[in-house]
Design a protein around this ligand. Structure first.
Ligand code: P61
Length: 470
């Protein structure tokens, strides 16, 4: 027998290892149920991972939204909640953190990201106007459509190709925006909707050069540029790593510069900002702010709490400061990358380059024998759960929904299953278990059949749809 010398993660990559910049103070036990119980749970959930009880899940990679572990500082901050109806001190802490790290002037807290999307869509879109954006996001596009707007995808073509290795696959194709302006006129554009690390494309970043060029284009035509800042910290990490001139700048400096090219932002604080619930909306223009500040009292709450408790605003303010630390960002994206590199090494098809918050399995290549209208990505999420109790999320035809004008399915080029890594929650061993489970499902791919949808809700159907096995 040859003697095998074990290697650390760092040694496998020819470098020194790094570790998470925290240690664990409190744990939550996990439970694994039997294969028979998982079969019953999957059937009961209509093969939709959103309908599973979390008690029936072993490793939960459904989402990185609201699933982060808070720090001891954040929990201490929760005890300092000032639950006054008006003018809570925690609001001013949050306002200060957003002004300092994101750089926007006027801030409104919301209950979560879609609360902010609702308000900005209502105020900034006139019925019939176009909203060019770097790939759709489910809630973002729905609020734009419900405000009477027409979303137009202007992301670069490479974003729709899971095998393209373009380093900034979240970039907007300025030519596509110019074409839209030439056809309809600048007045027909409500604003440009730019997202950092584009979720549906696989967590792909936008370069600083791209946002700078967009700013210039917007200035030439008098169009506003709004940012979905949900995962902008992770986007800033990729700029630091990949873009010339940024290796020596901190994540905080990069974030601030990037936001500085935009007119405002909405945020799901449940991601980068390391809280379990919350969001915010921020703009620089006073008149726009006045309108938003008035509307928020109708839908969210008074402008100094929006949809949040004082304690939650405090946790957000502290989370913002923690999130922009370079070692946090590196270990966060590094853990995602660790899982992805194992899968790439084993020949499992995933979206590349590996993104910031999740591994996206390419269900089209994974199940090349299952046609898109038999929901290959939904099938893969169900199979992974049945194999190992790991919960993932469909990001393909079910998520894309239907065109509101024709009623037909949207047929997205990307048919993906997302393994989303919560921040500061799981260990490297959980990533190993996950990688091996994906490999087992991949090895059994040829005998797997697709699904049919048997119940379809009207809005955001993927959340509550039910399926049966074919
Ligand atoms: C997620 F299946 N994301 O990724 P809210 N912008 C962006 C998001 O990623 C985002 C929101 C706005 C979730 C939760 C979720 O189809 C789904 O705080 C880039 O969730 O309201 C949320 O922020 C909305 C899961 C949302 C979904 C929609 O898991």
């Amino acid at each position: 027998m040859t003697h095998h010398i074990p290697q650390t993660m760092g040694q496998q990559h020819g470098r020194r290892s790094w570790a998470e910049p925290w240690k664990i103070k409190m744990v939550e036990p996990l439970r694994m149920i039997t294969r028979e119980e998982r079969q019953a749970a999957a059937e009961g959930a209509g093969y939709n991972t959103f309908l599973l009880r979390s008690d029936d899940v072993y490793i939960d990679l459904l989402t990185d939204s609201g699933t982060s572990a808070m720090s001891d500082r954040q929990w201490a901050g929760m005890m300092l909640g000032d639950e006054a109806y008006a003018g809570s001190r925690n609001f001013y802490h949050l306002e200060d953190a957003i002004q300092t790290y994101y750089g926007y002037r006027h801030i409104l807290p919301t209950h979560q990201g879609r609360g902010a999307e609702h308000l900005i869509s209502r105020v900034a879109i006139k019925p019939g106007q176009y909203i060019p954006g770097n790939m759709y996001f489910t809630t973002t596009r729905l609020h734009q459509e419900m405000a009477g707007g027409i979303f137009v995808d202007v992301i670069i073509d490479e974003a729709h190709d899971p095998e393209s290795l373009h380093p900034f696959k979240g970039n907007i194709d300025l030519g596509k925006v110019e074409d839209l302006i030439n056809t309809h006129g600048a007045a027909a554009i409500a604003y440009i909707s730019l997202a950092g690390t584009v979720n549906m494309a696989g967590g792909q970043p936008v370069s600083m050069a791209n946002v700078r060029d967009l700013r210039a284009l917007c200035d030439r035509h008098g169009i506003k540029l709004f940012l979905d800042a949900t995962r902008m910290v992770e986007n800033s990490f990729f700029i630091q790593e990949r873009e010339e001139g940024y290796a020596g700048k901190s994540i905080a400096e990069i974030l601030r510069e990037f936001c500085g090219y935009t007119d405002g932002a909405w945020m799901s604080a449940k991601k980068d900002n390391l809280v379990n619930i919350g969001g915010w909306l921020a703009v620089n223009d006073w008149d726009l702010f006045e309108e938003l500040r008035n509307l928020i009292v109708v839908f969210e709450g008074l402008h100094t709490y929006g949809g949040a408790a004082g304690r939650d605003m405090e946790a957000m303010a502290i989370g913002i400061v923690e999130s922009v630390q370079d070692d946090h960002a590196r270990s966060r994206v590094g853990q995602v990358r660790y899982l992805g590199e194992l899968l790439v090494e084993w020949g499992v098809p995933i979206v590349q380059p590996i993104g910031g918050h999740a591994i996206f399995l390419d269900a089209r290549r994974f199940y090349s024998h299952i046609p898109q209208n038999q929901f290959p990505a939904q099938t893969l999420a169900a199979e992974l759960y049945l194999d190992s109790g790991i919960r993932s999320m469909e990001r393909g035809i079910a998520s894309a929904g239907r065109d509101p004008h024709t009623g037909d399915h949207y047929y997205p080029k990307l048919e993906l299953t997302r393994l989303t890594i919560p921040r500061r929650v799981y260990t490297q061993a959980h990533m190993d278990v996950t990688a091996e489970a994906v490999k087992a499902v991949y090895d059994a791919r040829e005998t797997t059949h697709g699904l049919k949808m048997v119940y379809e809700p009207k809005y955001l159907r993927f959340f509550q749809a039910r399926f049966e096995r074919l």
